[in-house]
Design a protein around this ligand. Sequence first.
Ligand code: ADP
Length: 259
Amino acid sequence: VYVSSISKNNENIGVITLLQDITKSKEIDKMKTEFIATVSHEFKTPLTSIGMSVDLLSADKDINSNPMHKDLIRIIKEEKERMVYLIKDLLDLSKIETGKGQIKLENCKLKSILENSIEDLKNYCDEQEAEVILENIDENLSVYADPSKISLVIKNLISNAVKYRKENVKPKILIDIIKKSNNVIVSVKDNGRGIPQDYLEKIFEKFIQVKVSNDGKIEGTGLGLSICKGIIKAHNGEIWVESTVDKGSTFYFSLKSFN
Ligand code: ADP
């Protein structure tokens, strides 16, 4: 709805009201989401075959003795992995958008969700020499949430903090909470490369990635944060970020507390 007043010689002579019917655009949005879900699903079978064939080829003696063939197989393998991740993210996102990835809200302890998520990523963080610190959190603090979905959000935020590290700086990630009346705000703070001001809102949209000038290597799918946003929205919470380039970022999300 758009409303504007019209005046003539400083006198109000009327009001223009513009009402726009968004039923059609909502329908198109739904069709887009369903189309993405179907196509991504259909990609799974051929990708599995490609994966198996490439695995067989990479075990072949003749292929391994030819450096060029070996290199080509390596590229196919890496790109196949990228497609597998992309499809997994697309399917996750479309499930959230269509409401099929049902959120089952329950009264759960926040500390154990955070601890389990950190534990799930322990090997990855050790490999990357990243340190994750969980601040002292009240064991009994409960939130009304779906633990597996919230864990997905935390893991996405931690792995982003590791992925978008600052060059030659070991990632250090601090996880804390702030209690505010009926809400709990979880914060994930990193010492990474930071996010330019004009990207702070956009990065939660699908396929938005901060342009990197160095080697142009694409590090993800641009879907992780939109999945996080979808999950937090389904919990009636908010997700946002504060960041300074070259200093680091802090991602926040809010949940309803139970006590
Ligand atoms: P991707 O799969 O590309 O990681 P995301 O939706 O998770 O997609 O993130 C979108 C973009 O936001 C990333 O490509 C990256 O440029 C930026 N970004 C996300 N998290 C961080 C972070 N902790 N530090 C710096 N940049 C980040």
